[in-house]
Design a protein around this ligand. Structure first.
Ligand SMILES: Cc1cc2nc3c(=O)[nH]c(=O)nc-3n(C[C@H](O)[C@H](O)[C@H](O)COP(=O)(O)OP(=O)(O)OC[C@H]3O[C@@H](n4cnc5c(N)ncnc54)[C@H](O)[C@@H]3O)c2cc1C
Length: 409
């Protein structure tokens, strides 16, 4: 469990303040960062201050969603500290970082979290305090799983699954759940009782057999370890398939953004073979060209794509399978790959409650060949995997999905 700690700066001072910046794990149960910071303060007779760091968002709807679910969190954290405050990321930190012995913070993987960390790091050198990151939101700490950017799920799978037993231990359990933790557990319970047995059908957008836990994972209302342990009395292929998504695919995404900090730049986010094939097909004629306005106003010729956009715009989510179809169509109907990438990234991070996550950046990069393989050559896509509406019609009762989304209007 100690490997969840990543010491950035070690100082030796006799100051009396310990700070925990809760920036990614907005929970009490199984919050390793809270556990380590609280124990450190208690064992050394120091005073713990907890600062809740407002999530980085570009859409007020997502922030409202977060605040609605966390309105009891500050009060509930008073069990651990008399000083709990909410701060924004642009706040000047000097005034709170004086007289500090040690700072704990949830681990950064994305750029906006590294920027916040850097502000603290600079002050740690200036004021001579220790700084430690804690990995609370992945099963296996990202540097333990692998010391390099992995090529695909195949290359990382064993590195993660062989270590699950070492990281199963939970901390601070059996605390009364916060509002967000309760909401998360209700959803998880529903998934366990009513959906997991059908998870082999989860790819079908007309069904509702996925967990819809992703926004809760994003804000750290629950840890993947807790989910794993809660479901572990269910055996069989469905459990294994779900863990493949929750742990292997999700942590491959963390591996990707952590080791490639250019994950959000078109020219650095995918593989050489993918850039080569896109270069060859850059001037292929596009049969349809749409703008962002066309997309968000559901004005394409494709009823399946429009339905997916409705799910995104009205509900702040999209079925997993439709996310792949959606991004592939943006590639097909935009005049350049770079424009398609930037547009998909913008829409993803603006509309999805689970946007601005390693999964989001990785999902989009996957549509451009990352973690995938080369397929048969075809127009516009070259060797990138292609998806079409015939596939949706052949495999699923896709008109049911369209009907459900049309009812949202
Ligand atoms: C173009 C595109 C964009 C995406 N954007 C996002 C995004 O912004 N945020 C996001 O969390 N996920 C994103 N995904 C990944 C995936 O589609 C979602 O995690 C999933 O749909 C969330 O629904 P769920 O919680 O019901 O999934 P479940 O099927 O119940 O899976 C459980 C958990 O496993 C993880 N997971 C599932 N599928 C994947 C995957 N392919 N890659 C990595 N982790 C996965 C998620 O954390 C998910 O909550 C994207 C995928 C694509 C192809």
């Amino acid at each position: 469990m100690k490997n969840r700690l990543f010491k950035i700066i070690e100082a030796n001072n006799s100051k009396n303040k310990v700070i925990y910046f809760m920036s990614k794990s907005f929970r009490i149960n199984n919050n390793y960062s809270l556990y380590f910071s609280y124990n450190y303060a208690r064992d050394n007779n120091l005073k713990l201050f907890i600062y809740l760091v407002e999530p980085y968002e570009i859409n007020q709807r997502n922030l409202d969603y977060f605040y609605d679910l966390t309105d009891d969190l500050s009060n509930r954290l008073e069990d651990f500290s008399e000083d709990v405050k909410l701060i924004t990321r642009d706040m000047e930190l000097q005034s709170i970082l004086t007289d500090v012995n040690k700072v704990f913070i949830d681990k950064a993987y994305l750029k906006f979290d590294f920027e916040f960390l850097l502000k603290i790091k600079k002050l740690a050198y200036q004021y001579d305090f220790s700084l430690t990151e804690v990995e609370s939101n992945v099963f296996v700490p990202v540097r333990v799983a692998s010391d390099k950017e992995e090529y695909s799920a195949r290359t990382i799978r064993k590195k993660i699954t062989s270590r699950l037993n070492d990281y199963k231990a939970e901390v601070l359990n059996d605390y009364k759940k916060t509002k967000a933790e309760k909401a998360t557990f209700e959803r998880l319970k529903d998934f366990k009782n009513n959906k997991l047995k059908y998870y082999d059908l989860h790819n079908d957008p007309s069904n509702n057999y996925t967990s819809q836990i992703s926004p809760f994972l994003k804000f750290g209302f629950i840890s993947p370890v807790t989910i794993y342990n809660y479901l572990s009395d269910v055996f069989g292929d469905n459990f294994d398939d779900f863990i493949e998504e929750l742990v292997v695919r999700r942590e491959l995404a963390y591996n990707y953004v952590y080791y490639n900090q250019n994950y959000d730049k078109f020219f650095y986010m995918t593989e050489d073979w993918a850039y080569k094939t896109m270069e060859i097909h850059a001037n292929d004629k596009r049969d349809y060209l749409y703008t962002k306005d066309d997309f968000i106003n559901f004005k394409t010729h494709d009823k399946y794509f429009n339905a997916a956009m409705k799910e995104m715009v009205f509900l702040g989510r999209m079925h997993s399978y439709m996310r792949m179809y959606w991004c592939k169509k943006i590639i097909e109907w935009t005049s350049s790959y770079e424009e398609a990438f930037n547009l998909a990234k913008t829409l993803n991070n603006y509309y999805f409650y689970d946007g601005l996550t390693p999964n989001g950046y990785t999902g989009i990069a996957w549509c451009f060949g990352k973690h995938d393989r080369a397929w048969f050559e075809r127009k516009i896509f070259g060797k990138l995997r292609y998806m079409n509406s015939n596939g949706l019609e052949r495999k699923f009762n896709i008109d049911n999905y369209v009907k459900k989304m049309d009812a949202l209007n």
